[in-house]
Design a protein around this ligand. Structure first.
Ligand code: TYD
Length: 137
């Protein structure tokens, strides 16, 4: 799928003197039903995560605390996104190579996913990914 299908999506923000509140509804604020949530935390400085693609999985990533970058690559074009607030996130469509870097200290990356964990949905080799999207022979 092309990079333009991956977008930063703004979430509702209920501002309140007692603290702000944001919520996410599957098929409303994000274009899939949420079947799994996981999060990355205690990421050591200088670490990279990700570096894979998913065949069918849709994901939505939010910086719940701190900040980090998400680099998306459809095989033809690459784009870097900086996530640093908990009221927006990046929607990642299937067949998109991604890696995460530039984690601040205390960063927490929450990911909502359209399916339970399934190792067979991963493409972990960049050459295999380029072949799958038709860039490499
Ligand atoms: P992985 O997705 O490879 O993390 P990253 O690409 O950020 O380095 O997952 C790391 C490990 O965690 C891998 O052994 C699979 C396991 N895992 C689960 O068991 N369930 C999950 O929902 C996820 C995301 C990972």
């Amino acid at each position: 799928m092309p990079l333009e299908d991956c977008k930063v999506l703004d979430l509702p923000k209920i501002e309140d003197a007692r603290g702000n509140l944001t919520f996410v509804e599957g098929m409303n604020h994000i274009p899939f039903d949420i079947k799994r949530v996981y999060y990355l935390y205690d990421v050591p400085g200088g670490s990279d995560r990700g570096a894979h693609a998913h065949k069918d999985l849709h994901q939505f990533m939010i910086a719940m605390s701190g900040s980090f970058d998400v680099v998306l690559d459809d095989g033809y074009n690459k784009k870097r996104f900086h996530l640093n607030r908990s009221y927006f996130g990046i929607y990642i469509c299937p067949m998109m190579w991604r890696y995460l870097d530039n984690f601040s200290s205390g960063a927490v990356c929450m990911v909502m996913a359209s399916a339970p964990y399934d190792e067979s949905d991963y493409i972990r080799d960049y050459g295999d990914f380029r072949q799958a999207v038709g860039v490499a022979p």
